[in-house]
Ligand binder design. Structure first.
Ligand SMILES: Cc1cc2nc3c(=O)[nH]c(=O)nc-3n(C[C@H](O)[C@H](O)[C@H](O)COP(=O)(O)OP(=O)(O)OC[C@H]3O[C@@H](n4cnc5c(N)ncnc54)[C@H](O)[C@@H]3O)c2cc1C
Length: 419
């Protein structure tokens, strides 16, 4: 595949600046290399390895040194994200004619996995931003694409995805935010809950009801910050994901031009779900990055910590646990990459595979990180050690972009209804 757009620069940069990449994850880390059996570069093309090196390098140099501070001070690292966008990470799978990098879903997964080793929370927000930019690029007309995508790809502007409401979470198609047409505007009334980036972002991709009950009555409109009638709730206090704000987004007689609607009236739910297929791979990839980092942190800790007169790495129980963690990491990665390929190829199994990947990887990677914390003993519970932040940051991946129970619903529906 030809490398286009900003990532062409990335590929060139990669070969020059990333040869000596090492993860810097923990103050106690011995900064060892990556064991070959868990090496995330396996199976990738040379070009993908270059993107990956650049993303690992960015994670190690620009994110990992700050991830604890961003978490503790709840800093939304706008300038760091803009630097990431200069490498092409603001619109990874957006088309190049509007500033995107035009890369595949697999490339995207590889990049988000690597970035997450430096800060899961920041990477997860970047992934949501990418999903919104892709939705506008894919379902918007040329005028909309040209208006919104370049600023999103450069991360001059930031985007939020607005589906969930206080009364509709897992049952997203029951959403109530109304959009009544008045001339050449929709008048929006209602509120969205738990919106990532909410209040700090500029472009809101909003699913709202223009028609009757159910999914067919939903449309998708882009609401710009500053539109009269758009306001935000208080910043939520969260267990993790603290480098990105989460707020309610409120619409009170908020007039949005009809020209901001993506696709046709009634297509909004389908657009939202198509966005989420990729979103689920991206979030699963963020979990992979956390698990990859935690396996290495656990290994490093076992190799240096002594109890009962020898290093913990001599204990067979802990050796076996580490082996299980590594095995589950690699299994998760294989499934995520298979789902990314299925989505890229528009295969009939893509929706189920994206759900399987999200379910499996986010559950298994959480268990891996939690086990890594356990292996650190009391130190794992201290904020001086990165492992606890990985645990806190990826817990929510089992809940959002469709809970893992909803993933089971999607997979079983496919199994039981498709002949
Ligand atoms: C930090 C954070 C960021 C978020 N960011 C965004 C965002 O940017 N945009 C956005 O639109 N949303 C966002 N969300 C919302 C998220 O997608 C929802 O929280 C999620 O979809 C679940 O909805 P809910 O919280 O209303 O839970 P509920 O739907 O009330 O579910 C509660 C529990 O019941 C289970 N459950 C529900 N129905 C069933 C069923 N039929 N069978 C089995 N189990 C069931 C669920 O799986 C869950 O475990 C975010 C949430 C969080 C916490």
């Amino acid at each position: 595949m030809a490398v286009v757009g900003p990532l062409a620069r990335v590929a060139r940069l990669g070969s020059s600046i990333c040869r000596n990449h090492r993860l810097i994850l923990n103050r106690s880390s011995q900064r060892r290399g990556i064991a070959s059996c868990i090496d995330p570069a396996h199976g990738l093309t040379d070009e993908q390895k270059e993107f990956q090196k650049v993303a690992f390098d960015f994670a190690a140099n620009e994110m990992a040194p700050h991830m604890a501070e961003w978490d503790q001070k709840e800093i939304f690292p706008v300038e760091t994200m803009r630097k990431a966008a200069q490498l092409g990470f603001g619109g990874i799978y957006v088309q190049p004619d509007v500033g995107g990098s035009g890369l595949s879903r697999l490339d995207t997964s590889v990049i988000f996995e690597a970035l997450s080793t430096g800060c899961v929370s920041t990477t997860a927000y970047i992934s949501i931003h990418n999903m919104c930019a892709w939705m506008i690029d894919t379902f918007g007309n040329n005028e909309q694409r040209e208006k919104f995508c370049p600023d999103l790809c450069s991360m001059e502007k930031f985007a939020s995805y607005c589906l969930t409401e206080p009364g509709s979470g897992s049952d997203a198609a029951s959403l109530l935010t109304s959009a009544q047409r008045k001339g050449d505007h929709y008048i929006l009334n209602g509120s969205k809950a738990f919106i990532s980036g909410g209040g700090d972002t500029d472009v809101y991709v909003v699913m709202c009801r223009t028609g009757s009950k159910g999914p067919k009555g939903i449309s998708c409109v882009v609401v710009e910050k500053g539109t009269p009638g758009l306001s935000f709730g208080k910043k939520e206090q969260k267990v993790g994901w603290n480098s990105q704000p989460t707020r309610a987004v409120i619409f009170e007689d908020c007039a949005v031009p009809v020209t901001n609607r993506l696709g046709e009236e009634g297509q909004g739910f389908s657009i939202a779900m198509k966005g989420l297929n990729g979103g689920r791979i991206n979030i699963a990839s963020c979990s992979l990055g956390a698990a990859h980092a935690c396996v290495q942190l656990a290994r490093d800790h076992l190799l240096v910590r002594k109890q009962f007169g020898e290093t913990l790495s001599n204990n067979q129980f802990l050796q076996f646990k580490l082996a299980e963690m590594a095995t589950k990491l690699v299994a998760s990665r294989l499934l995520v990459r298979e789902a990314a390929t299925a989505l890229q190829e528009n295969r009939s199994d893509a929706v189920s595979l994206c759900s399987m990947a999200k379910l499996f990887a986010t559950d298994e990677c959480f268990n891996i990180c939690n086990q890594a914390l356990q292996m650190h003993g009391g130190y794992g519970y201290l904020k001086d050690y990165a492992v606890q932040q990985f645990v806190r940051d990826i817990r929510v991946h089992q809940i959002l972009e469709g809970t893992n129970e909803v993933m089971r619903m999607i997979i079983s529906r496919n199994l039981l209804t498709e002949s």
